[in-house]
Design a protein around this ligand. Structure first.
Ligand code: ADP
Length: 347
């Protein structure tokens, strides 16, 4: 089948792919999905899906048949497989050379130092002695595969350090005394055009994003400009295409330090579906398909995004009417996921 300019392969069937489909419907983009199971969030709404394993190159090859451009719902596709697809004539966006910085936190820290982008002090530790020499308290992280705070340890003692090292958390970072966490997003297309989104504040609970306020309240204009410029500089230096989110700490003494990147739509940009002229999902599709980007201008003075995390209530649908009665201007997005404690099931 010849590749249509408006067809796109998406690897991974989570809520981000599901929300990409919402944008794809309007643009007339055909998405072919590689889903982890027949009932995962995005497979419920994308008819052209097949079930496979994103770590298996043959499954990936089947997923990209008929699409030249390939994008991902998550960061876990092996970089060597993306390079194989590239060698076979497909176009992963973002490319594997960029995506590695969202996959591997040591590669990320090394690159940020080379680019002169401010980030927490760090080392790689081989032993408890190395961690102690760095200085306690500190933060230990697994370089790959972590999400929602899994793979992050706050280390205050030698025993904590031994436990974290035992779980392969070898990246040591200073424990940043931050005032709050911010996120700066930019959309970029291969031709170089970029559009930045307003810098937002994200509030976490137990390492999981709970609430996002757009724009970040009372953020000094100079810091907002600096955060957006960091996002543009990184997107250009690494040749990121589609959406890039830069997660930042605003320190108590008024500095910005980069925590990490996501090279896809991000939880801190969900507000843009209902609160901006062009959502992050639409600009991700426009970016990876090299279509002109849309403005990120907010449509309201403030937008607040609140994650629905699995908890006391199993039957979310029974609450839809209750929430809409209480807050008629709220927009509900449920992900079609089974409810488990702490799992993101909607926003
Ligand atoms: P994940 O890949 O799981 O999202 P992060 O590196 O974003 O991991 O860390 C999860 C959370 O842990 C952050 O949102 C932040 O609240 C906290 N955290 C991470 N790194 C540091 C640090 N160096 N100092 C203080 N807190 C940190």
């Amino acid at each position: 089948m010849p590749a249509s300019p408006l067809s796109l392969a998406v690897i991974g069937g989570g809520q981000l792919a599901r929300m990409m489909q919402q944008a794809a419907i309007g643009l007339g983009v055909h998405i072919r999905l590689l889903a982890e199971g027949p009932d995962v969030s995005a497979a419920q709404v994308i008819p052209d899906h097949f079930v496979g394993d994103y770590t298996n190159i043959d499954d990936l090859r089947r997923a990209v048949e008929g699409s030249s451009v390939v994008t991902c719902d998550h960061e876990h596709v092996p970089p060597e497989h993306l390079r194989t697809l590239e060698a076979e004539g497909h176009i992963p966006r973002p490319g594997p050379g960029a995506l590695i910085h969202a996959q591997d936190k040591i590669t990320l820290r090394t690159e940020l130092d080379e680019l002169g982008v401010p980030s927490p002090r760090w080392v790689v530790a081989a032993s408890v002695d190395d961690v102690v020499a760095f200085g306690l308290p500190c933060v230990l992280k697994t370089p790959r595969g972590g999400y929602d705070g899994k793979g992050v340890w706050i280390v205050r003692s030698e025993a904590d350090a031994a436990e974290a090292l035992g779980a392969d958390a070898v990246l040591v970072e200073e424990l940043v005394d931050f005032r709050r966490e911010l996120s700066a997003q930019v959309a970029r297309r291969p031709s170089g055009e970029t559009v930045t989104y307003p810098v937002v504040e994200s509030r976490q609970e137990n390492g999981v994003c709970k609430e996002v306020i757009a724009p970040a309240p009372e953020l000094a204009a100079a810091l907002a400009d600096q955060a957006q410029q960091i996002a543009i500089d990184v997107a250009e230096a690494l040749d990121v295409t589609g959406m890039l989110a830069v997660e930042l700490f605003e320190t108590n003494d008024g500095r910005l330090l980069v925590n990490e990147f996501a090279m896809r739509p991000h939880n801190t940009g969900h507000w843009s579906i209902d609160g901006a002229v062009t959502s992050q999902f639409e600009n991700h599709l426009r970016g990876v398909l090299d279509l002109p980007l849309g403005p990120s201008t907010p449509t309201a003075r403030w937008s607040v995004m609140y994650n629905v995390l699995g908890g006391a209530i199993d039957d979310l649908e029974s609450q839809v009417g209750v929430v809409l009665a209480a807050v008629p201007e709220a927009h509900i997005h449920l992900y079609g996921k089974s409810v488990k404690a702490g799992r993101k099931v909607g926003h």
